[in-house]
Design a protein around this ligand. Structure first.
Ligand SMILES: [Zn+2]
Length: 397
């Protein structure tokens, strides 16, 4: 076997990386309007290098090619709106074609990463040392996983478990084929038209059965039920689907709100963020001397959560892409605002994604190199000047 052939055999498959990313940031944790997961590529293709970036632009695709990465894992989806043609007439079409021609797969982890426990707001939480942190918009309980419970004759339990695993059930974090079973007695009476796999028609039967339980992401529930029906020997398969509340959703959601250990002046918070985030154009709205105790934050563009920040009693809201009227209304409602930049808040979170994925890859025996993009995709640069006063703080507390 030639060296090249050997290398090709040993490379990870794209499908392996899709599973690793989905286990950390399940696609069904993404917002319903979002577009995540594999956007360009063939799951059977080999992967030797993975490049993490915020945005797919020509420069990040060139960088991937130059650094030997055949998978670009981007935070922002390259393909966001449905396409009715793939041509160079649109930016996303041109980039998708460039990716395909270069045999670079594109995978997006967007709001499923935002809402993760160590998601895009975590850098601000850590920089300010916030305590008692909770999500600003908690994930709806049970929008992630279900539990599928079924009752199987013991000789078929392993077959059913394997079929459910293959259909996507039984994954908890980095663990696969997670299940619980307990043996008991099932009863039934098969009527005249039935064709029972065990027991007899026309009388009450008692049979030994295993109760088998496995978690299933909601998005894979129908595939799992189909696999269950196929693998189960009974004519009528008894199963329950339970929506799970609590544990898997704890701490997950968009944005965070928490308390500083001791009050800090708004200006000091701005200074700390300006130093700690890759943010050359951080904007602070509020009296810089105002003491801040309770802080809400949302990495990326957090306009939509400003009401939640107010409801949570935040003295200050930190996000990116704050629009004029939203910021003005927040100020009028007595809350200071800091626009630390969409790029800056999210770029600071990429190392968390890299760290989590590196650990997951190592546990799974994946060998592709994991690289962080060096291309800065912040569309803004600073224009020196300014220095106007705002009238909003006259007489403000
Ligand atoms: Zn973003």
């Amino acid at each position: 076997m030639s060296r090249a052939r050997y290398a090709a055999v040993m490379a990870d498959r794209l499908a392996d990386w899709l599973q690793a990313v989905d286990a950390l940031y399940p696609q069904n944790h993404a917002a319903s309007w979002d577009s995540t997961g594999l956007q360009v590529g063939d799951p059977d293709d080999p992967v030797r290098g993975v490049l993490l970036c915020l945005d797919v632009v020509a420069a990040t695709l060139d960088e991937a090619a130059a650094r030997g990465a055949d998978l670009l894992l981007a935070h922002h989806p390259l393909l966001f709106r449905p396409l009715d043609r793939l041509t160079v007439a649109t930016v996303s079409g041109r980039l998708a074609l460039q990716a395909a021609r270069s045999r670079i797969a594109v995978l997006a982890a967007h709001t499923n990463f935002d809402s993760a426990v160590d998601g895009t707001t975590e850098p601000v939480v850590r920089l300010l040392g916030l305590g008692e942190v909770t999500p600003l918009a908690p994930a709806a309980p049970g929008d992630g996983d279900c539990k599928l419970v079924t009752f199987v004759p013991p000789e078929a339990t392993q077959r059913v478990r394997s079929a459910l695993t293959a259909a996507g059930a039984g994954t908890i974090g980095a663990y696969r084929e997670c299940s619980f079973q307990v043996r008991g007695t099932g009863t039934f009476e098969a009527t005249a038209g039935a064709n029972p796999a065990v027991g007899q028609r026309g009388r009450r039967n008692e049979v030994v059965e295993d109760r088998l339980e496995m978690v299933v992401p909601q998005g894979r529930l129908s595939a799992a039920v189909a696999a269950l029906r196929h693998a189960h020997p009974y004519e009528e398969v008894a199963y329950d689907v339970l929506r799970l509340l609590g544990a898997t959703d704890a701490g997950r959601g968009m944005g965070r709100v928490g308390d500083l250990a001791a009050p800090l002046a708004l200006g000091t918070i701005g200074q700390r963020l300006a130093v700690g985030l890759p943010s050359p154009h951080l904007r602070v709205g509020g009296d810089p001397h105002r003491p801040i105790r309770r802080v809400a934050a949302c990495g990326g563009a957090g306009d939509a959560l400003i009401g939640a920040a107010l409801d949570a009693g935040a003295d200050c809201y930190i996000t990116g892409d704050l629009r004029h009227h939203v910021a003005l209304d927040a100020r009028s409602a007595g809350m200071a605002v800091i626009d630390a930049g969409h790029y800056a808040t999210e770029a600071a979170a990429l190392p968390l994604l890299q760290q989590a994925l590196a650990q997951a890859a190592s546990r799974r025996g994946l060998t592709a190199r994991l690289l962080a993009s060096a291309v800065r995709t912040d569309p803004w640069q600073i224009h020196p000047g300014g220095g106007w006063d705002t009238g909003l703080d006259k007489g403000a507390p």
